[in-house]
Ligand binder design. Sequence first.
Ligand SMILES: Cc1cc2nc3c(=O)[nH]c(=O)nc-3n(C[C@H](O)[C@H](O)[C@H](O)COP(=O)(O)O)c2cc1C
Length: 150
Amino acid sequence: MKTLIVYISYHHGNTEKIAKAMGEVLESELRDPESTKPESVSEYDLIGFASGNYFGKFDKRLVSFIDSLPRGICKPAFIFSTHGGESYKQAHEELKKRLGEKGLNVVGEWHCKAFDTFGPLKLMGGINKGRPNEADVQDAKRFAEGLRSK
Ligand SMILES: Cc1cc2nc3c(=O)[nH]c(=O)nc-3n(C[C@H](O)[C@H](O)[C@H](O)COP(=O)(O)O)c2cc1C
């Protein structure tokens, strides 16, 4: 199965850690949106989209990339995010809607809390130190195994 994970991870590499773990299980190609040709996405059997949560949303570059995809790709997809706070659901719903508009069928989603030193959090040394931790990585790998068997 040919798998691609397109992701952005710039704060602490939290999402990248998870992308690598899932990528190992799925033997995925890992790319950033800016170096991925939108037309190339339909060459894959399964496509993952991921980023940290920034101001309540997936990264703008990832969203723009999805908007640039041709319509009618009709492939299974999955999404994941890492976030400092409690909320991730709205961002996931928005992304799933956008992917659905392109014909991509979201068959799984995953998220976890992760190290966050944005803004004033830096003054207190950040929150969710050490995350994604080993348990998060193992959970992400189990999720990826589940995708493989779908
Ligand atoms: C500019 C910025 C804005 C953020 N906004 C939110 C937010 O609205 N909600 C949240 O839960 N976490 C927020 N975070 C924390 C990140 O989602 C969290 O640290 C994430 O794991 C970063 O992923 P990355 O290391 O892959 O970039 C923000 C972080 C940054 C740098």
